[in-house]
Each structure stands twice: as structure tokens, then as C-alpha cells.
Design a protein around this ligand. Structure first.
Ligand code: 5GP
Length: 182
């Protein structure tokens, strides 16, 4: 693990090691495997941030009849009345009647997660579970609680293990926090 990571003029310091991350990935993978036994779930990785977490989690869950697919949840310019609107992009599989497991990188205010789940439910899946690598409960603006969270963290800005700063730092194996953000 690097002692410090400098990116875009900002300094980040170690926060969660690759070993700690893998331990928690195993823990929620065990929970998911138990809860999904006998089902044929479809895992839905939300790009870009969740791609590394999803790859590790999906392999740990290791349910032979499950499938994984990928989507984006993209903002587009709404009208002045609709404001910031998001939509599901790139999900071509029919999820009607399926047990869906959404894999996200981080839940901050919870607003994205809440709207995404509502959009997914319009496609009439049998069930929806929401998994996140990181959850910042103190930042919540709607009381949203993920079904599974690898880590609950304070409201700090973090990077690494899929999480970016301007598209950079996703490849870091460990997670780093902005320096002096205590
Ligand atoms: P929210 O829960 O506020 O609707 O939005 C969650 C999104 O905000 C995440 O998918 C991620 O793109 C971004 N985000 C929130 N907190 C962080 C953070 O600490 N680091 C990074 N890199 N992105 C964050």
C-alpha cells in the first residue's frame, strides 16, 4: 500500500487495506449465497464505480445458476421542472420475474439508490436486493438503508478499488481518504 496518493493536486492517505476489503467482500458474499439459495438471481453491476467490487463479490458468491450483467445509471439534462433526471442505460436483459441484486460502489445521500431501485422495479422483477461496498449513513437524506454493505464509513471523500476522482484512481487495490478529512 502506498503511503500517500497524490491526484489532481490533492493528497489521499490509506483508509482500508486490500485485505480488509476482501474480508468484508467474503462476509457479504456468504450472506448473499445464503439468502439467494434456490434462486436464479441476476446481479446488476452499476458502472463504472462498482466494476471491481462486483468482480470480486460475484466470484465469492459463486452461485452456479446466477448471471451478471452491467448497466449505467446516467444523468441527463432534465427540463427546468424535472431537474436532474437519471435513467437506466444499457440494461438489455429482461428482468421481469427475476431476483435482482444491484451492486453499487457507494451510498452517500441515498438519493441515487432510491431512484434507481424505483426504476428497476418498473421492470417488474420478483425481488430487488441492494448491495453496496460503502455506505455513509450520516450523509443520508432519505433514510435509505442498503440490504448489504461491506463497510459503513463516516462522510469522508474516498478513492480506490473502483472509486474515482475525475475517472482516475479506480485501479488502486486499497481505499484512500482525502488527507485532513477527519
Ligand atoms: P448519492 O448516494 O449521494 O445519491 O450518490 C452516490 C454517488 O456519489 C456514488 O455512486 C459516487 O459516484 C458518488 N460518491 C459519493 N461519495 C463518494 C466518495 O466518497 N468518493 C467517490 N469517489 N465518489 C463518491
Amino acid at each position: 500500500m502506498e503511503n500517500k496518493v497524490r491526484v489532481n493536486g490533492m493528497t489521499f492517505v490509506p483508509y482500508l487495506t486490500a485485505e480488509e476489503i476482501q474480508r468484508q467482500v467474503k462476509r457479504i458474499a456468504d450472506d448473499l449465497r445464503r439468502d439467494l439459495e434456490g434462486k436464479d438471481p441476476i446481479f446488476l453491476c452499476v458502472l463504472n464505480g462498482a466494476f471491481i467490487f462486483a468482480a470480486d463479490l460475484y466470484r465469492e458468491v459463486n452461485l452456479p445458476d446466477s448471471v451478471i450483467t452491467f448497466m449505467r445509471y446516467k444523468s441527463y439534462e432534465g427540463t427546468s421542472t424535472t431537474g436532474n433526471v437519471k435513467q437506466i442505460v444499457g440494461l438489455y436483459e429482461d428482468i421481469k420475474g427475476k431476483d435482482v441484486v444491484i451492486i453499487e460502489d457507494i451510498v452517500d445521500t441515498g438519493l441515487t439508490a432510491e431512484r434507481m431501485i424505483a426504476d428497476i422495479k418498473e421492470r417488474e422483477p420478483a425481488s430487488v436486493r441492494f448491495v453496496t461496498l460503502l455506505h455513509k449513513p450520516e450523509s443520508s437524506r432519505n433514510g435509505f438503508k442498503p440490504d448489504y454493505a461491506a463497510f459503513e464509513i463516516p462522510p469522508k471523500f474516498i478513492i480506490g478499488y473502483g472509486l474515482d476522482l475525475d475517472g482516475k484512481t479506480r485501479g488502486l487495490k486499497d481505499i484512500y481518504v482525502l488527507e485532513n478529512e477527519d
